[in-house]
Design a protein around this ligand. Sequence first.
Ligand code: NI
Length: 191
Amino acid sequence: MSLLELAFEHSSEPVVSLLDILYYPDAQLRRNAAVVENVDGTVASLVDQMLETMYAAPGIGLAATQVNVHQRVMVIDVSEENDTPQTFINPEILTAEGEEEMQEGCLSIPGVYETVKRPALIRVAAIDREGNPFEMDADGLLAVCIQHEIDHLNGKLFVDYLSPLKRNRIRKRMEKWIRDGANPDDLPERP
Ligand code: NI
């Protein structure tokens, strides 16, 4: 399928179905995602479904791992208006500098927000939805989000940066919340 056909298909498709998001401590979240060999129409449509799912949640980032697709694909939109989607396929951090603490949350661990320390300034290389390689510098929220989503592709979650005690409390709360039916109106809170 050509890029033109893809673009047409994209614009003429009114509704993309939402994907189910896996919740911590689902073992599938611990898988290491595979490198995408070909950025074809299947990958582009995965990207579109992931963006729809992320906006609907709502969230600012989503990794394919979280929707049980174990390929190195992630989407991010940190803009105020939710109008600047960014796609990263096979992302790689080239350089990382400084240190910054920011409160993080995750669509796979809803209701839980904890402070995590990460490099403040990164340079990342990736491939976009159309298959074009690019490099970019990121700081602030975008840098945090890129690192958080790359962690997902490596089977890592932001709670892994917390103490084992805190992580276990969060896991127990999540397990109870899932047992009780995973009600989005009654989210688990920080322990
Ligand atoms: Ni996350």
